[in-house]
Design a protein around this ligand. Structure first.
Ligand code: NDP
Length: 319
């Protein structure tokens, strides 16, 4: 069994690669770009095959699939940072939407109709959710509130359409926030953890800068997410879409309180206007019933473990 992971150098891609290798019977191939940081996959560099491919390059994507001949595809590569989609919406569309069109078209041309393909959508697709519409099921309206979210809705719809039109075995996942070691430092859990680690190391004044602390999110651990991705590809119904989440919401303030309780020094918190988004999603609470009923998947790692591991990750890096 040979799997292709687009975006193997990212947080989820690197954890998914480790999960696949730990299964023992899986050959892992991942896409990289020439400037991709390799730190996340340093521990498995000699166990995975890396292929150069930028998703925006149509010919390169087709060559990638021809060369690799994967038995399954996990499509994780993306411009994944919501704020970057405000400053560069076209770039986000190019990578996320056009990049996936290139993959799907190559699969169609190469008649890869028996290759399961998991497509990493996002809870951000639901966007504006009224309180009475929670918890969020897969039937909720999609009201994306950022260019990133629009790109993920489009990836999602393309996955459905290529299944309907050409019989590709796409399975779409709408993952709610997943966190853990290797999370990019621009993301809120990782950013707070890094600031605490810097303060502990005496490299930042004891003031932690924050944005909107009111928004509530359904957090789980990336090491659980990647198990869900595997199950989605192999146990999900082709053409279907599944929410991936815990089914419990906690505010960013609540998450910050857990992290602060782990800090070894006193830390003051200061709101900073630049950290606010033009329009934020207030509550994202997952109803994971459909996926749980289909596959039995449920998160196993408690949030405080995830946050402790993220803080340790940063302590090792800033000291
Ligand atoms: P990361 O930002 O950590 O990783 C993104 C990966 O995509 C990197 O390997 C990056 O490569 C690659 N990539 C970006 N642009 C291109 C391109 N043009 N061509 C090829 N590769 C590219 O994201 P995560 O691991 O956190 O997320 C994985 C997926 O899950 C993404 O699709 C994201 O949108 C989605 N998702 C994430 C959630 C979360 O909470 N983490 C929630 C819901 C969905 P490089 O190293 O070269 O930049």
């Amino acid at each position: 069994m040979r799997v292709l992971i687009t975006g193997i150098t990212g947080m989820a891609g690197s954890h998914l690669a480790e999960y696949c290798l730990a299964r023992g019977d899986v050959e892992v191939v991942g896409t990289v770009r020439w400037r991709s940081p390799r730190e996340n996959i340093a521990g498995i560099a000699d166990k995975v095959r890396l292929v150069d491919a930028d998703l925006r390059d149509q010919a390169g994507v087709r060559r990638l699939l021809e060369q690799v001949e994967p038995d399954a595809i996990f499509h994780l590569a993306a411009q994944s940072f919501v704020p970057a989609s405000w400053s560069g919406p076209a770039d986000t569309m190019m990578t996320n939407v056009l990049g996936q069109v290139h993959l799907l078209e190559a699969m169609r041309d190469l008649r890869m109709t028996d290759v399961p393909m998991q497509i990493a959508g996002s809870s951000e697709e639901y966007g504006l959710v009224h309180p009475e519409e929670t918890p969020i099921t897969e039937e909720n309206p999609l009201r994306p509130l950022s260019p990133y979210a629009v790109s993920k809705v489009t990836q999602d719809m393309l996955g459905w359409q290529y299944h309907q039109s050409f019989g590709l075995r796409t399975v779409r996942t709408r993952a709610f926030n997943h966190e853990g070691p290797r999370r990019g430092e621009v993301f809120v859990t990782s950013n707070f953890a890094k600031q605490i680690a810097l303060i502990e190391a005496g490299k930042q004044a004891p003031v932690l800068e924050v944005g909107n602390l009111e928004a509530r999110r359904d957090w789980h651990d990336v090491r659980d997410t990647v198990v869900a991705y595997w199950k989605a590809a192999f146990e999900g119904e082709p053409g279907e879409v599944y929410n991936i989440g815990r089914g419990e919401a906690l505010s960013i303030q609540g998450m910050l309180d857990i992290l602060l309780s782990m800090a070894k020094v006193d830390v003051k918190v200061r709101p900073v206007p630049e950290r606010m988004r033009p329009s934020d999603v207030e509550l994202l609470l997952c109803d994971p019933t459909k996926f749980r009923d289909r596959t039995g998947w449920t998160p196993t790692i408690p949030l405080d473990q995830t946050l402790r591991d993220t803080l340790e990750y940063w302590r090792e890096r800033v000291s």
